[in-house]
Design a protein around this ligand. Structure first.
Ligand code: AQP
Length: 327
């Protein structure tokens, strides 16, 4: 059985981009593979987090995993920081990483741009991500398009380790959706939709109320034309909204275009909001039930125990191959 691993940072309120680009695929893959899905809290602290907000967001992300359809009886759901092997293998792989390859990462460049003090954690983020994946010898990693470069580095590090210390790690493949792999901001179609964007109007949070969703979509930037046409070069904003529509409705892009031919943006945006509400409302209801049940702590504990058994065995093998004196 193939192994699948992925994670989401509790660095803000999860967005429709996180759902379409990543989480929805988690739900699909749990039926076909042995899955490990984590809330990657150690990654979230590579940029400053307020402790109370981090704690709340961590539980919220775990509850959203389940609310989105991940079944903890099928997939392992856990907090990254509950499995200590992540931090330890992260360090071991940092020592195998080169400055030059880490400097080339576009996420590092984007997140450090214009900052005076850049945390070293942000720089070595990809080595920790490699550890996350390699600990479970994952074959497939479902991620949005923005994580492709980190995945490449993971593959390089796995190959480097295997070459130097003997065959140890599976070389993982990215699993990137064909449509919806990069949902863009509602206020600027040149940037991806991000949960840490300070402009709340730039993203749809999975827990936004229907009225907030309607308002955000009605205010989403379009262009001065009126044609609902998919053309990322000429009409990036409208194309992004068409992608979201297609993803939420199950229609193809061509079917969405045909449905709104000659109608202008008004009816299109109005229906788009209802499509998004239709996808998110059931998730929100399940989310509220899960939070109210108080079960999350127990689920995460069980998930971490199962994940630790796998991760600890890999870490022991890695340390033995690297020449550590084992206890
Ligand atoms: N806009 C997006 N479109 C499609 N997929 C996306 N993902 C993120 N944004 C989009 C995918 O969601 C997964 C979880 O991402 P993450 O939380 O680990 O970090 P990220 O990629 O940096 O996502 P954000 O929302 O932009 O977080 P912040 O603002 O904290 O950096 C990943 O698989 C990602 O590809």
């Amino acid at each position: 059985m193939k192994k699948v691993l992925s994670g989401i940072q509790p660095s803000g309120r999860l967005t429709l981009g996180n759902y379409i680009g990543a989480m929805r695929n988690f739900v699909e893959l749990q039926h076909q593979a042995e899955c490990f899905f984590m809330v990657v809290d150690l990654h979230a602290i590579t940029v400053p987090q307020e402790p109370a907000a981090l704690r709340e967001q961590s539980e919220a992300v775990a509850a959203l995993f389940i609310a989105a359809g991940i079944d903890p009886a099928k997939a392992n759901v856990f907090m990254q920081s509950h499995v200590r092997a992540h931090a330890e293998l992260g360090w071991l792989l940092t020592t195998l990483s080169y400055m030059g390859e880490l400097e080339r990462m576009t996420q590092f460049k984007d997140k450090s741009a214009g900052k005076d003090a850049i945390g070293a954690g942000l720089f070595v983020y990809p080595s920790l991500m490699a550890a996350d994946i390699l600990l479970y010898n994952a074959d497939l990693v479902p991620v949005g398009d923005d994580q492709k470069q980190h995945l490449e580095l993971t593959r390089d590090l796995a190959g480097r380790f295997n070459h130097r210390f003997g065959e140890t790690f599976t070389i993982p493949e990215p699993y990137i959706p064909k449509v919806g792999a990069r949902i863009m901001s509602l206020d600027d179609a040149s940037k991806k939709m991000s949960k840490s964007n300070p402009n709340q109007g730039s993203f749809i949070a999975l827990l936004d109320t229907p009225d907030v969703i309607r308002k955000k979509i009605s205010r989403a930037v379009t262009d001065s034309g009126r044609e609902v046409r998919f053309d990322t070069a000429e009409k990036p904003e409208v194309s992004n909204l068409i992608s979201i529509y297609a993803q939420c409705s199950g229609l193809t892009v061509a079917e969405v275009e045909a449905r709104y031919e000659g109608q202008g943006y008004g009816p299109f945006k109005k229906d788009l909001a209802e499509q998004v509400v239709g996808v998110l409302e059931p998730i929100q209801q399940r989310y509220n039930d899960i939070r109210a049940s108080g079960e999350i702590g127990k689920l995460l504990k069980e998930g971490a125990e199962k994940a630790s058994a796998v991760a600890d065995a890999t870490l022991r093998q890695v340390k033995e191959r690297m020449g550590f004196l084992l206890p």
